[in-house]
Design a binder for this molecule. Sequence first.
Ligand SMILES: Cc1cc2nc3c(=O)[nH]c(=O)nc-3n(C[C@H](O)[C@H](O)[C@H](O)COP(=O)(O)OP(=O)(O)OC[C@H]3O[C@@H](n4cnc5c(N)ncnc54)[C@H](O)[C@@H]3O)c2cc1C
Length: 446
Amino acid sequence: MNRKVVIVGAGPAGLANAFWRSIDDPAATVTVLESQQRPGGWVQTSTIDGYVCELGPQGVRPSAEFATLVAALALEDRLLPSSRAARTRWIGRGGRLLAVPMGPGGLLSTRLLSLGGKLRILREPFVRRATSDDESVSAFVARRFGAGVVPLVHAMVGGIFAGDADRLEIASAFPALARAEREHGSVMRGMRKRGHASPTTTPKLPKAALYSFRGGMSGLIDALAYALGDRIRSSCPVTSIARAPGGYLVRLRDGSAVHCNEVVLACPARVSATLVGEFDPELSRDLAEIEYASLASVYLGFRADGLPPALNGFGFLLEPGESDAVVGAICCHSVFPGHAPPGHALVRVMLGGRNHPHAVDLDDPTLIGLASDALRRYAGLRTDIGFRHVVRVRDAIPQYESGHAERLRRIEHRLSEHPGLALRGNSYRAIALPAQLARAASLGPA
Ligand SMILES: Cc1cc2nc3c(=O)[nH]c(=O)nc-3n(C[C@H](O)[C@H](O)[C@H](O)COP(=O)(O)OP(=O)(O)OC[C@H]3O[C@@H](n4cnc5c(N)ncnc54)[C@H](O)[C@@H]3O)c2cc1C
């Protein structure tokens, strides 16, 4: 009997899951139900006056998952590796920018750490292992590397999670660091060992810190959507799911229902919570407890002549206390040349996140004012700004906060009671794109 599979959500996770399934099990009937008009979830690109503006991800970091998918979709020709300039990053402290050290030499000379702070980092291999497993990111870093590193980590966590390093759980947010300590007694030792691990046989991409596509990140979604064709049904919000003989009954807002053997919930956990509420209130409660952060992005475009050096790198992140709204900025023109019109620059300033939840509700002129001020104050921008575009994402970035690992254990236990039900997407184990594109499973069967 051919299996009927329904995937709820045509974000990157749902699309990639459908794509790999249709290759691995060609006999299965796969249907992706998406509530919005367009597939892609947070991956949406708008090109306005030649400026390439993303709603969500600016790019994807190098990974086996991404390289494998790019090869399978034959997307190599449209791939856009980041420029060498993207390796220069800055941290905002005390109203100015300081360069992030690259490599051990940079660590010795950086002004971001005192001499005592640098010596303390060298003691990391001798620090004892943790005793609790729900330690916060900031507590972990302070314990292993010293308090001097904590403000930097707050800034970086703002850039990665739009999150709060005091609330995120190290074992869930940065599992590789927690594992390095657990298995090798030291993050530095663990990372060195990982660096020496034998290379895997994945397709090779040109070396870069980040990848996008010529017309922006939507290039990836367009290719997946093309490959899946009419297996994707857009404007089809799922409203509830019930257990049914041989599987599940997936109900849609228009009153119709789809019977299937397997359901993959690739929508945010808070949506999955409402969908499973009818047949598993306990699972629903745990899913509903996962928090999300909101973020506004202000795109500013201007002539590129005489740009200050800070606007010719990757961008900058602000340490705590620098701003009550701005998280940081990405120099899109410098990371991905071609994403701004010739002779022009495009900078994406991000505001909000877990530490500034009010920012996403500010009106456009206020957000544009805050973003422009940040570029003038920190990066020394003098040029007139000619292009302005604001986008907001609400409840968009999952936060793996205290108790997350324990919650996932309970969720996995509940899933074992529901054959054919699986969870995918970035609400659980990895917030960035690569894990969402993987062929392998994340939570539950399938
Ligand atoms: C501002 C921002 C910047 C980011 N930057 C980066 C970056 O630079 N690099 C990186 O790797 N990652 C980045 N990410 C993370 C990346 O976007 C996520 O990893 C990815 O979008 C997660 O994919 P997903 O499919 O799990 O979820 P989503 O993208 O959230 O997709 C979920 C889908 O489910 C659909 N859905 C919801 N409810 C229903 C329903 N009831 N019925 C049917 N469908 C439903 C939604 O409409 C959506 O299409 C960023 C995210 C944001 C928000």
